[in-house]
Design a protein around this ligand. Structure first.
Ligand SMILES: [Fe+2]
Length: 283
């Protein structure tokens, strides 16, 4: 992560977050005060759109899988229940590509030890996977994992953009005494953690080693007929365009194919229909 609070500079990602929050995707985060609060852009002055991506972010480091991964975890973003013991923790952030574009529909599969430092190897306690929202955001509700011999405190995660290789890594906690003695600890994988009334709030942004396809030139709506042949009932489809408010059920054409909008959003470069299957279904 290249955001350096000491420098006081707003990075591309910080600005992007602000821009994303200003779009129709914002309702996804209205309840997510964690993601909003940690933005250093919340200093009272408005944020402008940055013209270039100059962060030079490197992909998130990988880290060992360890012996306790289990496939087929439940689809859920909360690993706690009524009887869960432990210090409440939320982890939130975004998944970006190398060009600072949010990655929608990225798989995040978390697993961790319970409050006593034990993994559930017979069931799926403290295991769960989720997919990033259209703006690349995610949030995990869990507890602070307990310590177990030989390791510092950590959360395991596998991250995967649609159709891309899996990144296996771990997230670490700042200020842990064992960070200095754990051979697998990587400071690049430290979360930002702050304590709040409701428990600890952590943030971490993933940068996946991919670049999402740039949009191809989009023909203006006044040129040319609807691509033919069109699937039945799609004659009303208009060419997809960025900065357009789409509603669920809207039809667009892109790359000679017809797509149906799955959820309302404002389109943006990087969210072309083939790149975001969570938003568009090809007909
Ligand atoms: Fe572990």
């Amino acid at each position: 992560m290249s955001e350096d609070p000491a420098a006081g500079n707003l990075t591309r990602k910080t600005l992007l977050k602000a821009a994303v929050l200003a779009t129709a995707a914002a309702p996804l985060l209205i309840g997510g005060s964690v993601a909003l609060a940690r933005d250093r852009g919340a200093s009272g002055r408005p944020l402008a759109v940055t013209p270039d991506c100059t962060d030079g972010d490197q992909p998130t480091h990988d880290n060992i899988e360890g012996p306790y991964f289990k496939p087929d975890s439940p689809l859920r973003n909360s690993l706690v229940g009524p009887g869960t013991v432990g210090t409440p923790l939320t982890v939130s952030g975004y998944v970006f590509d190398l060009s600072c574009r949010p990655v929608a529909g990225a798989l995040l599969d978390f697993w961790q030890a319970d409050d006593s430092g034990a993994y559930d190897n017979t069931g799926f306690d403290f295991r769960g996977h989720q997919f990033t929202n259209a703006d690349g955001s995610y949030q995990l509700t869990t507890i602070v994992p307990g310590l177990y011999p030989g390791r510092t405190r950590h959360i395991h995660v596998k991250a995967q953009a649609p159709g891309q290789p899996i990144l296996t890594t771990q997230l670490y906690f700042p200020g842990e005494p064992r960070n200095s003695t754990d051979a697998y600890f990587d400071p690049a994988l430290l979360m930002t953690v702050r304590q709040a009334d409701a428990g600890n709030q952590a943030s971490f942004d993933f940068v996946l080693n991919l670049t999402q396809p740039s949009p191809t030139p989009t023909p203006t709506q006044s040129h040319g007929p609807t691509p033919s042949p069109s699937p039945s009932g799609t004659a009303a489809a208009q060419p997809w365009a960025p900065d357009t408010a789409y509603q669920a059920g809207d039809l667009v054409t892109y790359g000679g194919a017809v797509y149906q909008c799955l959820q309302a959003h404002t389109s943006m470069t990087g969210w072309e229909p083939p790149a975001v299957p969570s938003l568009w279904q090809r007909l």
